[in-house]
Each structure stands twice: as structure tokens, then as C-alpha cells.
Design a protein around this ligand. Structure first.
Ligand code: BJW
Length: 233
């Protein structure tokens, strides 16, 4: 299986990666569906990451995000991020809101679900600010219009950023190898990119710690072990 995947990549001219939270798990960042540990065990991430959750309790939601921000600030890219960054020919589509691919040195990254490194006005006045991940600010008003600031990420029920979505769709439609890394592929429209790539004829390589997630060549195991074997054979 690994040999087939390595050969597919060696012959690829338009390789694309598509990653999810499992890519950053070995950096100590809980996956989205695991992000309910400790203090957060009684909260549902599906509710926290939603406009309704923010409207109901904005301080709670900001506190959750700020805890995740501190964890990301303390984390380091793992061997999967580093191996991906070494391959300059791969374009990276990620659902992750962390910056570990950037910190690994990857060049071309499409963030489908936004970035936890920025805040924006929740009323959409257009104001955006960079966030210091190690020392994030508590809930505060937008300096431009006075409405609450919120993380610049995509919550359930919200549209994905148009330019990033169009680029990702185009990349998937023209990829010859599409490497799916550490995602449950349950959240749409992002998960639909796998079908787009497969329908257009791309070879699909799925790397996941769980067996049986997704179509194509399945490489089961932690991304931090499998991705370097695949990209640095
Ligand atoms: C490892 C590992 C290791 C662990 N190595 N692997 C069509 C059908 C049905 C529903 C919908 C649909 N279209 C839209 C919807 C609704 C909704 C949706 O998809 N819901 C599903 C739950 C069914 N989608 C939306 O609302 C989207 N918007 C939209 O469609 O707008 C149009 C619209 C508007 C209004 C009405 C209707 C349509 C927006 C989705 C936004 C998702 N946002 C989040 C939060 C981002 C901010 C934040 O991080 O806080 O994005 S939710 C969360 O899920 C996050 C992730 O990016 C995303 C994907 O999760 P991911 O990355 O796959 O993580 P996990 O935890 O699920 O999986 C981890 C995987 O790693 C597992 O498989 C492990 O086994 C594996 N793993 N360790 C390798 N070491």
C-alpha cells in the first residue's frame, strides 16, 4: 500500500493535500471532536463553534478559543507538517485553523475554515485584528463599531471564505494525487472535495489513525509516522 502511494506521488504533477485536525494531533492539539477534555468535557464543540453558541454565551466561546490558542502557541509542528513543508510541489488545503503548516515552512496553504490567529467583528463591519496566540484578549468590543469581536474562523451554518473555497475546488478538480490526512471527512462542503478529486480522476491517498475512513489507498496509522514515509521515502 505504502509503495503504491509513494509511486503515485513520484509520478504526480499536481499533488494536493487535504488535511484535518488529525494532522496536528501529534503536536498536542486535540482533534475537533476530542476537544471536550477537562474543563470543556460538558460542552459540545458543535455548539461552541456556531453563531448560536456565540450569541448565547460569547464569554464562554471566547474562553474556549483562547484556551485552544494558548495550546497552539505552545505547540510545535510535528514530523507530518515538516515533511509536507519539504515538498514545495504540493499545495495544501487545510480545514485546520492553526498555523502549524506555516510554522513548518509550507508555502502554499489554503485555509478553508479561517484562522484562529485573527479576530474579526461579529457584526461584519470589516474590522480584523491579529491575535497573539500566547496572550489572547478576553471578549472585547470592536474598536470600529462596538459590537463583539470573534475569532476569524468558519462556524457551522456559515459560508466558507469565497476565494479560498473557489481555489480549493479548482485544485481538487485538477489534482492528479489528492492526499487526505487526519480528517473525519464529515463536515461539508470541505469533505466534498474528496469526491470532486476522485470524480475528476485523481488518485486518493487516505492517511488516518482509524482504518476505513475514505476511499482510495488507505494508510492506517499516525500522520506523524506515515506522512514522512510517504513524502521522504
Ligand atoms: C488522526 C490522528 C493522527 C486523529 N494521525 N489521523 C451537506 C450535508 C450535510 C450537512 C451539511 C451539508 N452542507 C453543509 C452542512 C452543514 C455543516 C456540516 O457539514 N455539518 C456536518 C456536521 C454534517 N456545514 C457547515 O455548516 C459549513 N457551512 C456551510 O455549509 O455553509 C453553507 C450553508 C449555510 C447555511 C445553511 C446550510 C449551508 C461550515 C462548516 C464549518 C466547520 N467549522 C469547524 C470549526 C472551525 C473553527 C474551530 O476550529 O473552532 O471546522 S467544525 C470542525 O470540523 C472544524 C474542522 O475543521 C472540521 C473538520 O473536522 P476534522 O478536521 O475532520 O476533525 P475531526 O475531529 O472530525 O476528525 C479528526 C480525524 O483525525 C479523525 O478521523 C481521526 O481518526 C483522525 N486522527 N489523530 C492521523 N495522529
Amino acid at each position: 500500500m505504502l509503495n503504491d502511494a509513494v509511486a503515485a506521488l513520484q509520478n504526480a504533477s499536481r499533488p494536493v493535500s487535504f488535511s484535518g485536525a488529525g494532522l496536528s494531533a501529534e503536536s498536542g492539539i486535540p482533534t475537533f471532536r476530542e476537544a471536550q477534555t477537562g474543563l470543556w468535557a460538558r460542552y459540545d464543540p458543535m455548539t461552541l463553534a456556531s453563531p448560536g453558541g456565540f450569541a448565547a454565551d460569547p464569554e464562554l466561546v471566547i474562553s474556549w478559543y483562547n484556551g485552544r490558542r494558548r495550546a497552539i502557541a505552545a505547540a510545535q509542528p510535528n514530523p507530518a507538517h515538516l515533511a509536507m513543508a519539504q515538498r514545495a510541489d504540493i499545495v495544501h488545503i487545510t480545514q485546520n485553523v492553526d498555523d502549524l503548516l506555516e510554522r513548518a515552512g509550507a508555502g502554499d496553504i489554503v485555509h478553508l475554515h479561517g484562522s484562529i490567529n485573527r479576530d474579526r467583528c461579529s457584526a461584519g463591519c470589516g474590522h480584523r485584528e491579529a491575535v497573539d496566540l500566547a496572550a489572547p484578549l478576553p471578549l472585547r468590543p470592536c474598536p470600529q463599531c462596538g459590537r463583539p469581536m470573534r475569532p476569524d474562523v468558519v462556524w457551522f451554518g456559515e459560508q466558507l471564505p469565497r476565494i479560498e473555497w473557489l481555489r480549493a475546488d479548482e485544485l481538487a478538480a485538477h489534482a492528479d494525487v489528492f492526499i487526505v490526512i487526519g480528517t473525519s471527512a464529515q463536515v461539508y462542503p470541505a469533505a466534498g472535495l474528496i469526491t470532486t478529486a476522485r470524480t475528476a480522476g485523481a488518485k486518493i491517498i487516505v492517511i488516518n489513525i482509524e482504518p476505513g475512513v475514505g476511499p482510495g489507498i488507505r494508510l492506517t496509522g499516525p500522520a506523524g509516522q506515515i506522512v514522512p514515509q510517504l513524502l521522504e521515502p
